[in-house]
Write a protein that binds this ligand. Sequence first.
Ligand code: ADP
Ligand code: MG
Length: 259
Amino acid sequence: MSLTISIANQKGGVGKTTTAINLASSLSDLGKKILLIDLDYQANATTCMGINRGSFEKSVFDLFTREASFDEVRLKTKNELIDVLPARTLVQGIEEKIILDSNRDYILHSMLANIKDDYDYILIDCPPSLGYITTNALMASDGVMVPVQCEFLAMDGLTQLLNTVRLVQTKKKLNHETLTIFGVLLTMLDARVNSGYQVVNEIKTYFNEKVFHTIIPRNITCSNATFYGVPVTVFSPKSKSSIGYKKLAKEVIRRHEQG
Ligand code: ADP
Ligand code: MG
C-alpha cells in the first residue's frame, strides 16, 4: 500500500526540504518508488533533485489552478525511482486563486487519487506557511512528518501546526479517511551544544513515541550538498547526515509496515 506523507512545519529553516530530498533518495536506495512533490515557491527541492529551473514548462502550481494535467507536470529525475512535481519561483496570487475553487481543499487529493498506487511513497515538501497549499498537502496525505530543529524555541509554532492538523483530521473523517502524525523528526542536532539535548528531551516528553529514534546531526556536508544541488546521501554517502537519513528511511518503512 502506498503512503503519502506531508513534511510540514510553518517555521522556515527547520529541515523540511533537506528531509524531503534525502528521505526520497534514501528510500529509493532501498528500492522504493517515490513521487516528490515540491510545494514551496523557493523550489529548493526541485533544484536539489537536479532539475534546472528553466527546463520545464508547467509546475505543480499549474495543477492547483487547473492549467495543467498531472502528466504535463510530472518530471523524471536522474534517479529512475524518483519522479518530481516541480515548483516554480515567482508565482503570485496562487492562494487567492485557490480560494475561488469550490473544491479548494481537495485539489491535490483528487489529483493524487488516480496515481497514488504508482508509487510506494509520495513525499510532499510543504511551504513555510499554513495556508491553502499546506492544507491541500495535509488533505492529500495519510500522515504528517514534522521536522523540528534542535535549537532554542523549537516548540514555537507547533501548537498552530497541530491545530491545523486537527482541523484537517476532522474534515478527512467525514470521508472516512485519516491523517496521522506519522512522526516528529529532530534535525540539526549539534553534539557540542547542551541546549540541543534539552530540546530533544522537551520534544520527547511532549510527543513520546511519535518522535523518530533517528536524530539528524548538524553537519556542514549537508548544507554543502544543497549548494551543489544534490541530496547529501548522493553527494557524500558516508557523512553523518547521510547516515542519519538512511537510518530514517528504514524507520519510516518499519512504521509504515507496522501500520
Ligand atoms: P526548510 O525547508 O524547513 O526551510 P531546509 O531543509 O531548507 O529547511 O534547511 C535550512 C538550511 O539548513 C539549509 O541551508 C540546509 O542546507 C541546512 N541544513 C538542513 N539540514 C542540515 C543538517 N543536518 N546539517 C547542516 N545543515 C543543514
Ligand atoms: Mg523548504
